[in-house]
Every structure is written in C-alpha cells, then in structure tokens.
Ligand binder design. Sequence first.
Ligand code: ZN
Length: 171
Amino acid sequence: MSNFELPDRVNPYQLADKLTLLEGVISAKRLKRLDETTAGIDESAQVSLRFDRDESGRRLIFGHVTAIVNLQCQRCLQVYGSKLDGDFTLTLVYNDEMAKALPAHLDALLLLPDALLDVADIVEEELLLSLPMHAMHPDSECRIETQFGTDESKGSPEKAPNPFDVLKVLK
Ligand SMILES: [Zn+2]
C-alpha cells in the first residue's frame, strides 16, 4: 500500500464522476477520536476509497480501512495491539428524498454536490465502528488464564468454565 497521506478534503461527486481510486494513509494525529477512545493508535490507518457510480447514476464510495490500535484487555487489564479492519459503502445524497429512496442495503451520506468531504472523518467513523464491543486478548495470550491455571488448580477440574462462553452463546 502507498504511504501517500490522503488529503483533508475532497469533492466526492467529482471523484465519482471520474471513477477515482484514492489509496494511502491517514496518520494517527488526524484520528483524535479514535486515539482517545483506545489506548492509542499504533499504526496509521491504511485507506482505500473508490469513488464510483452505479447503474442508477448514484455516486458511491467503497471504502476499506485498517489500523492497529492499542486496547486494554477487560479480563487482565493489559494493553495489547489489535488490528481494526472495516469495509463500508456510502451513497452520496443531497436531500432527504434521495436518502429515503435508497434501497435498504445502502447507507446514505448527506452532502451537497459542491460541498467537500472530510476524508479522515469517514475513515475514523468506520474504525470506531470496527472496535470490538469487549476488548479482550485471544484466550491463549491472556494472563488471567495462566493465573487461574496455577493458583486454583488444586483438586479442581481441569478447566473452570469460561464465563465468557455464555456470552458467545447469547450472541
Ligand atoms: Zn487479557
């Protein structure tokens, strides 16, 4: 992927009419909300944005974003690195009627045709959405697991049921 720092603002309607692919990075300092929500951004976001039109003449943005952030494990409280990965499609609309007319599977982005789009904003939104609900190490890497194993193994069954298994079933 390229290390090109993506521009602050673009005109998405023009880019869609020209069928443009924007690839590059959004550095951590442009993702303040993500930085504050997590224990810090480890690696800049890698971003791919494709501006296109569909057969109905709608302008769309197809996005793929990844970033590595530090999260605090809610089980052992250690900080670990986690890769965020998100895909999204946004359909440009410039009034409520256009938004209401969209098929249910399309997400609307309300923006006037001559208005500029804040690139970091849509990237950050997607990264925030791809944060795990409960930050947690994979089982094998979590320290709490090993502590249970050594401290409470006396005469107890091999492994206590993991309380989080219940959550998995409920999902
Ligand atoms: Zn952990």
